[in-house]
Design a protein. Structure first.
Length: 363
Protein backbone atom coordinates (compact mmCIF):
# COMPACT_ATOMS: atom_id res chain seq x y z
CA UNK A 1 0.00 0.00 0.00
CA UNK A 2 1.47 3.35 -1.05
CA UNK A 3 2.13 6.18 1.40
CA UNK A 4 -0.34 8.44 -0.43
CA UNK A 5 -3.09 5.82 -0.17
CA UNK A 6 -2.37 5.24 3.52
CA UNK A 7 -2.54 8.98 4.23
CA UNK A 8 -5.83 9.36 2.33
CA UNK A 9 -7.40 6.41 4.14
CA UNK A 10 -6.07 7.57 7.51
CA UNK A 11 -7.94 10.86 7.18
CA UNK A 12 -11.24 9.21 6.30
CA UNK A 13 -10.82 6.59 9.04
CA UNK A 14 -10.18 9.36 11.57
CA UNK A 15 -13.49 10.95 10.51
CA UNK A 16 -15.26 7.60 10.93
CA UNK A 17 -13.79 7.14 14.42
CA UNK A 18 -14.90 10.64 15.40
CA UNK A 19 -18.42 10.10 14.04
CA UNK A 20 -18.67 6.71 15.78
CA UNK A 21 -17.81 8.40 19.07
CA UNK A 22 -20.50 11.00 18.51
CA UNK A 23 -23.01 8.30 17.60
CA UNK A 24 -22.21 6.38 20.78
CA UNK A 25 -22.71 9.49 22.88
CA UNK A 26 -26.02 10.31 21.16
CA UNK A 27 -27.32 6.74 21.37
CA UNK A 28 -26.77 6.69 25.13
CA UNK A 29 -28.37 10.11 25.43
CA UNK A 30 -31.40 8.76 23.58
CA UNK A 31 -31.46 5.71 25.87
CA UNK A 32 -31.55 7.99 28.92
CA UNK A 33 -34.50 9.87 27.42
CA UNK A 34 -36.29 6.57 26.89
CA UNK A 35 -35.68 5.72 30.53
CA UNK A 36 -37.22 9.06 31.56
CA UNK A 37 -40.29 8.28 29.46
CA UNK A 38 -40.63 4.99 31.35
CA UNK A 39 -40.29 6.76 34.70
CA UNK A 40 -42.95 9.34 33.78
CA UNK A 41 -45.37 6.62 32.62
CA UNK A 42 -44.77 4.62 35.80
CA UNK A 43 -45.49 7.71 37.91
CA UNK A 44 -48.84 8.11 36.11
CA UNK A 45 -49.83 4.43 36.40
CA UNK A 46 -48.97 3.46 32.82
CA UNK A 47 -45.86 1.37 33.43
CA UNK A 48 -47.30 -1.44 31.30
CA UNK A 49 -47.59 0.74 28.19
CA UNK A 50 -43.97 1.33 27.31
CA UNK A 51 -44.50 0.35 23.67
CA UNK A 52 -46.69 2.65 21.60
CA UNK A 53 -46.99 1.43 17.99
CA UNK A 54 -48.42 4.72 16.73
CA UNK A 55 -45.51 6.72 18.19
CA UNK A 56 -42.96 4.33 16.66
CA UNK A 57 -44.63 4.59 13.25
CA UNK A 58 -44.61 8.40 13.43
CA UNK A 59 -40.90 8.46 14.31
CA UNK A 60 -39.96 6.09 11.49
CA UNK A 61 -41.99 8.00 8.89
CA UNK A 62 -40.46 11.29 9.98
CA UNK A 63 -36.95 9.87 9.70
CA UNK A 64 -37.65 8.42 6.27
CA UNK A 65 -38.94 11.78 5.04
CA UNK A 66 -35.91 13.61 6.49
CA UNK A 67 -33.37 11.08 5.17
CA UNK A 68 -31.00 12.81 2.70
CA UNK A 69 -29.18 9.60 1.71
CA UNK A 70 -27.03 7.88 0.63
CA UNK A 71 -28.54 5.29 3.02
CA UNK A 72 -31.81 3.93 1.55
CA UNK A 73 -34.96 4.42 3.59
CA UNK A 74 -35.28 0.71 4.39
CA UNK A 75 -31.83 0.69 6.01
CA UNK A 76 -32.67 3.80 8.04
CA UNK A 77 -35.87 2.13 9.27
CA UNK A 78 -34.00 -1.07 10.20
CA UNK A 79 -31.34 0.85 12.13
CA UNK A 80 -33.78 2.97 14.13
CA UNK A 81 -36.04 -0.01 14.88
CA UNK A 82 -33.04 -1.66 16.49
CA UNK A 83 -32.25 1.53 18.44
CA UNK A 84 -35.83 1.73 19.72
CA UNK A 85 -35.81 -2.00 20.52
CA UNK A 86 -32.63 -1.64 22.59
CA UNK A 87 -34.00 1.42 24.41
CA UNK A 88 -37.27 -0.32 25.25
CA UNK A 89 -35.36 -3.32 26.62
CA UNK A 90 -33.74 -1.07 29.25
CA UNK A 91 -37.17 -0.82 30.88
CA UNK A 92 -38.48 -4.29 30.11
CA UNK A 93 -37.70 -6.55 27.13
CA UNK A 94 -40.88 -7.13 25.17
CA UNK A 95 -41.95 -10.80 25.08
CA UNK A 96 -43.21 -11.71 21.60
CA UNK A 97 -45.11 -14.93 20.86
CA UNK A 98 -44.91 -16.32 17.31
CA UNK A 99 -45.40 -19.56 15.42
CA UNK A 100 -42.22 -21.59 15.95
CA UNK A 101 -39.87 -23.23 16.03
CA UNK A 102 -36.99 -20.83 15.61
CA UNK A 103 -36.16 -20.24 11.97
CA UNK A 104 -39.68 -19.62 10.64
CA UNK A 105 -40.84 -16.65 8.60
CA UNK A 106 -42.91 -15.73 11.66
CA UNK A 107 -39.68 -15.31 13.62
CA UNK A 108 -38.32 -13.08 10.86
CA UNK A 109 -41.51 -11.00 10.96
CA UNK A 110 -41.35 -10.66 14.76
CA UNK A 111 -37.71 -9.56 14.63
CA UNK A 112 -38.36 -7.16 11.76
CA UNK A 113 -41.10 -5.39 13.73
CA UNK A 114 -39.73 -5.51 17.30
CA UNK A 115 -35.96 -5.68 16.74
CA UNK A 116 -33.39 -8.10 18.11
CA UNK A 117 -33.66 -6.89 21.73
CA UNK A 118 -37.17 -8.39 22.04
CA UNK A 119 -37.54 -11.72 23.84
CA UNK A 120 -38.96 -14.15 21.30
CA UNK A 121 -41.22 -16.98 22.50
CA UNK A 122 -41.83 -19.64 19.79
CA UNK A 123 -45.12 -21.55 20.04
CA UNK A 124 -46.25 -24.87 18.55
CA UNK A 125 -49.52 -23.62 17.02
CA UNK A 126 -51.23 -20.36 16.10
CA UNK A 127 -53.74 -21.11 18.87
CA UNK A 128 -50.83 -21.13 21.35
CA UNK A 129 -49.56 -17.81 19.94
CA UNK A 130 -52.89 -16.15 20.77
CA UNK A 131 -53.18 -17.91 24.14
CA UNK A 132 -49.71 -16.81 25.25
CA UNK A 133 -50.72 -13.14 25.05
CA UNK A 134 -54.28 -13.65 26.30
CA UNK A 135 -52.87 -15.29 29.44
CA UNK A 136 -50.35 -12.50 30.01
CA UNK A 137 -47.28 -14.69 29.39
CA UNK A 138 -46.24 -12.51 26.43
CA UNK A 139 -46.77 -8.85 25.61
CA UNK A 140 -47.57 -9.25 21.90
CA UNK A 141 -48.30 -11.89 19.29
CA UNK A 142 -47.20 -11.96 15.66
CA UNK A 143 -49.45 -14.15 13.51
CA UNK A 144 -49.67 -14.65 9.72
CA UNK A 145 -53.01 -13.58 8.26
CA UNK A 146 -52.62 -13.65 4.45
CA UNK A 147 -50.22 -14.40 1.63
CA UNK A 148 -50.23 -12.55 -1.67
CA UNK A 149 -50.37 -15.79 -3.69
CA UNK A 150 -52.06 -18.33 -1.40
CA UNK A 151 -54.64 -16.09 0.27
CA UNK A 152 -55.91 -16.04 3.85
CA UNK A 153 -54.54 -18.02 6.79
CA UNK A 154 -57.82 -19.54 7.96
CA UNK A 155 -56.82 -20.42 11.52
CA UNK A 156 -55.68 -16.89 12.32
CA UNK A 157 -58.93 -15.45 10.95
CA UNK A 158 -61.05 -17.90 12.95
CA UNK A 159 -59.19 -17.03 16.16
CA UNK A 160 -59.72 -13.31 15.57
CA UNK A 161 -63.45 -13.92 15.82
CA UNK A 162 -63.26 -15.01 19.46
CA UNK A 163 -60.16 -13.35 20.91
CA UNK A 164 -60.11 -10.34 23.22
CA UNK A 165 -56.78 -9.22 21.73
CA UNK A 166 -56.54 -6.08 19.61
CA UNK A 167 -54.66 -5.67 16.34
CA UNK A 168 -52.10 -2.93 17.04
CA UNK A 169 -49.73 -3.35 14.10
CA UNK A 170 -48.90 -5.19 10.91
CA UNK A 171 -45.79 -6.61 9.25
CA UNK A 172 -45.34 -7.23 5.54
CA UNK A 173 -42.54 -9.69 4.82
CA UNK A 174 -41.20 -10.44 1.36
CA UNK A 175 -40.98 -14.23 1.17
CA UNK A 176 -37.93 -15.77 -0.52
CA UNK A 177 -38.07 -19.56 -0.56
CA UNK A 178 -34.92 -21.67 -0.79
CA UNK A 179 -34.30 -25.38 -1.26
CA UNK A 180 -32.11 -26.45 1.67
CA UNK A 181 -30.33 -29.79 1.93
CA UNK A 182 -27.14 -31.59 2.90
CA UNK A 183 -27.29 -33.31 -0.50
CA UNK A 184 -24.85 -31.98 -3.08
CA UNK A 185 -27.29 -31.91 -6.00
CA UNK A 186 -30.94 -32.20 -6.99
CA UNK A 187 -30.49 -35.73 -8.35
CA UNK A 188 -30.24 -37.23 -4.85
CA UNK A 189 -33.20 -35.33 -3.35
CA UNK A 190 -36.13 -37.72 -2.98
CA UNK A 191 -38.25 -35.97 -0.32
CA UNK A 192 -39.10 -32.29 0.09
CA UNK A 193 -40.46 -31.10 3.43
CA UNK A 194 -42.20 -27.77 3.98
CA UNK A 195 -45.32 -26.06 5.25
CA UNK A 196 -48.30 -26.60 2.96
CA UNK A 197 -48.37 -22.94 1.90
CA UNK A 198 -44.69 -22.95 0.98
CA UNK A 199 -45.12 -26.13 -1.06
CA UNK A 200 -47.96 -24.40 -2.91
CA UNK A 201 -45.88 -21.25 -3.43
CA UNK A 202 -43.16 -23.35 -5.14
CA UNK A 203 -45.47 -25.76 -6.97
CA UNK A 204 -44.33 -24.97 -10.51
CA UNK A 205 -40.63 -24.94 -9.62
CA UNK A 206 -40.98 -28.36 -8.01
CA UNK A 207 -42.82 -29.66 -11.08
CA UNK A 208 -39.93 -28.56 -13.29
CA UNK A 209 -36.93 -29.37 -11.14
CA UNK A 210 -38.01 -32.17 -8.79
CA UNK A 211 -41.02 -33.83 -10.47
CA UNK A 212 -40.45 -37.22 -8.85
CA UNK A 213 -39.62 -36.06 -5.31
CA UNK A 214 -42.20 -36.75 -2.61
CA UNK A 215 -43.69 -33.57 -1.17
CA UNK A 216 -44.40 -33.79 2.55
CA UNK A 217 -46.33 -31.10 4.42
CA UNK A 218 -45.20 -30.36 8.00
CA UNK A 219 -46.15 -27.80 10.65
CA UNK A 220 -43.56 -25.16 9.74
CA UNK A 221 -40.63 -24.48 7.45
CA UNK A 222 -38.27 -24.60 10.42
CA UNK A 223 -39.50 -28.10 11.27
CA UNK A 224 -38.90 -28.99 7.63
CA UNK A 225 -35.32 -27.74 7.92
CA UNK A 226 -34.79 -29.82 11.05
CA UNK A 227 -35.94 -32.96 9.19
CA UNK A 228 -33.83 -32.17 6.13
CA UNK A 229 -30.78 -31.67 8.34
CA UNK A 230 -31.15 -35.14 9.83
CA UNK A 231 -32.27 -37.30 6.86
CA UNK A 232 -30.34 -38.47 3.83
CA UNK A 233 -32.06 -37.70 0.53
CA UNK A 234 -34.22 -34.99 2.11
CA UNK A 235 -34.56 -31.28 1.43
CA UNK A 236 -36.60 -28.46 2.90
CA UNK A 237 -38.23 -25.38 1.42
CA UNK A 238 -37.55 -22.58 3.89
CA UNK A 239 -36.19 -19.10 4.30
CA UNK A 240 -32.80 -17.61 5.08
CA UNK A 241 -33.33 -17.76 8.85
CA UNK A 242 -33.83 -21.54 8.77
CA UNK A 243 -30.77 -22.01 6.54
CA UNK A 244 -28.59 -20.14 9.03
CA UNK A 245 -30.08 -21.65 12.19
CA UNK A 246 -29.83 -25.27 11.01
CA UNK A 247 -26.60 -24.85 9.00
CA UNK A 248 -28.18 -26.11 5.79
CA UNK A 249 -26.62 -25.25 2.41
CA UNK A 250 -28.85 -23.83 -0.33
CA UNK A 251 -29.26 -26.05 -3.36
CA UNK A 252 -31.42 -23.38 -5.01
CA UNK A 253 -32.44 -19.84 -4.06
CA UNK A 254 -35.62 -17.80 -4.63
CA UNK A 255 -37.63 -20.74 -5.94
CA UNK A 256 -41.06 -19.18 -5.26
CA UNK A 257 -43.27 -19.12 -8.34
CA UNK A 258 -44.39 -15.50 -7.86
CA UNK A 259 -41.58 -12.92 -7.70
CA UNK A 260 -43.56 -10.59 -5.40
CA UNK A 261 -44.58 -13.28 -2.91
CA UNK A 262 -45.37 -11.46 0.36
CA UNK A 263 -46.93 -12.54 3.64
CA UNK A 264 -48.78 -10.13 5.91
CA UNK A 265 -48.62 -10.65 9.66
CA UNK A 266 -50.72 -9.06 12.39
CA UNK A 267 -49.32 -7.74 15.65
CA UNK A 268 -51.79 -8.37 18.49
CA UNK A 269 -51.76 -7.07 22.04
CA UNK A 270 -54.07 -6.27 24.92
CA UNK A 271 -54.41 -2.55 24.09
CA UNK A 272 -55.45 -0.33 21.20
CA UNK A 273 -53.08 1.78 19.13
CA UNK A 274 -53.76 5.49 18.88
CA UNK A 275 -53.94 7.41 15.58
CA UNK A 276 -50.58 7.70 13.79
CA UNK A 277 -51.73 9.71 10.77
CA UNK A 278 -51.66 6.75 8.39
CA UNK A 279 -53.69 3.85 9.73
CA UNK A 280 -55.89 0.88 8.96
CA UNK A 281 -58.93 -0.45 10.80
CA UNK A 282 -59.87 -4.12 10.72
CA UNK A 283 -63.32 -5.42 11.60
CA UNK A 284 -65.64 -8.41 11.36
CA UNK A 285 -69.31 -8.06 10.42
CA UNK A 286 -72.16 -10.40 9.61
CA UNK A 287 -74.74 -10.17 6.83
CA UNK A 288 -78.09 -11.97 6.71
CA UNK A 289 -78.44 -14.56 3.95
CA UNK A 290 -80.63 -12.50 1.59
CA UNK A 291 -80.23 -10.64 -1.68
CA UNK A 292 -78.43 -7.31 -1.39
CA UNK A 293 -77.50 -7.73 2.28
CA UNK A 294 -73.75 -7.31 1.77
CA UNK A 295 -74.29 -4.31 -0.52
CA UNK A 296 -76.26 -2.58 2.24
CA UNK A 297 -73.41 -3.16 4.70
CA UNK A 298 -70.83 -1.70 2.34
CA UNK A 299 -72.81 1.47 1.61
CA UNK A 300 -71.64 3.34 4.77
CA UNK A 301 -68.04 3.17 3.52
CA UNK A 302 -68.81 4.58 0.08
CA UNK A 303 -71.15 7.23 1.51
CA UNK A 304 -68.47 8.53 3.89
CA UNK A 305 -65.57 8.23 1.42
CA UNK A 306 -63.79 5.53 3.42
CA UNK A 307 -61.69 3.23 1.22
CA UNK A 308 -61.91 -0.53 1.75
CA UNK A 309 -58.71 -2.49 1.06
CA UNK A 310 -59.82 -6.02 1.93
CA UNK A 311 -63.01 -8.06 2.06
CA UNK A 312 -62.90 -11.75 2.95
CA UNK A 313 -65.67 -14.17 3.93
CA UNK A 314 -65.44 -17.06 6.38
CA UNK A 315 -68.04 -19.54 7.70
CA UNK A 316 -69.67 -18.19 10.86
CA UNK A 317 -69.15 -21.56 12.65
CA UNK A 318 -72.38 -21.16 14.63
CA UNK A 319 -74.88 -21.70 11.79
CA UNK A 320 -74.83 -23.74 8.59
CA UNK A 321 -74.22 -21.64 5.44
CA UNK A 322 -73.95 -18.42 7.42
CA UNK A 323 -70.89 -16.22 6.89
CA UNK A 324 -69.00 -13.39 8.52
CA UNK A 325 -66.95 -10.86 6.58
CA UNK A 326 -63.47 -9.64 7.45
CA UNK A 327 -62.88 -6.08 6.30
CA UNK A 328 -59.88 -3.74 6.25
CA UNK A 329 -60.51 -0.04 5.71
CA UNK A 330 -58.20 2.96 5.47
CA UNK A 331 -58.08 5.26 8.50
CA UNK A 332 -58.31 5.06 12.30
CA UNK A 333 -61.56 4.42 14.14
CA UNK A 334 -61.16 7.86 15.77
CA UNK A 335 -61.05 9.62 12.37
CA UNK A 336 -64.31 11.47 11.75
CA UNK A 337 -65.21 9.75 8.46
CA UNK A 338 -64.34 6.29 9.77
CA UNK A 339 -66.33 6.89 12.96
CA UNK A 340 -69.41 7.91 10.94
CA UNK A 341 -69.09 4.82 8.74
CA UNK A 342 -68.73 2.48 11.72
CA UNK A 343 -71.66 4.08 13.57
CA UNK A 344 -73.90 3.58 10.54
CA UNK A 345 -72.59 0.05 9.99
CA UNK A 346 -73.41 -0.79 13.61
CA UNK A 347 -77.05 0.17 12.96
CA UNK A 348 -77.24 -2.08 9.89
CA UNK A 349 -75.55 -5.29 10.99
CA UNK A 350 -76.48 -7.81 13.64
CA UNK A 351 -72.82 -8.37 14.55
CA UNK A 352 -69.87 -5.98 14.41
CA UNK A 353 -66.48 -6.48 16.02
CA UNK A 354 -63.74 -3.89 15.67
CA UNK A 355 -60.48 -5.86 15.68
CA UNK A 356 -58.33 -2.75 15.99
CA UNK A 357 -56.99 0.39 14.38
CA UNK A 358 -53.23 0.41 13.81
CA UNK A 359 -50.42 2.05 11.82
CA UNK A 360 -49.81 0.95 8.25
CA UNK A 361 -46.56 -1.02 8.05
CA UNK A 362 -43.46 1.20 7.77
CA UNK A 363 -40.36 -0.18 5.97
Amino acid sequence: MSDDLQKALAGVRADIDRIDGELLKLLNERARCAQKVGEIKAAHGEAGHIYRPEREAQVLRRLQEANPGPLPGENVTFFFREVMSACLSLEQPLAIAFLGPLGTFSESAATRHFGHAARLQPQDTIDDVFREVESGHAHYAVAPVENSTEGAVGRTMDLLLGTSLKICGEVELRIHQNLLSRETGLATVHRVYSHAQSLAQCHEWLNRMLPDAQRISVGSNAQAAQLAASEAGAAAIAGEAAAVRYSLPKLAENIEDEPNNTTRFLVLGRHDAGPSGRDKTSLIMSAPNRTGALHELLLPFSQTGVSMSRLESRPARNALWEYVFYVDIDGHREDAAVKRALDELGRRTAYLKILGSYPVAVY
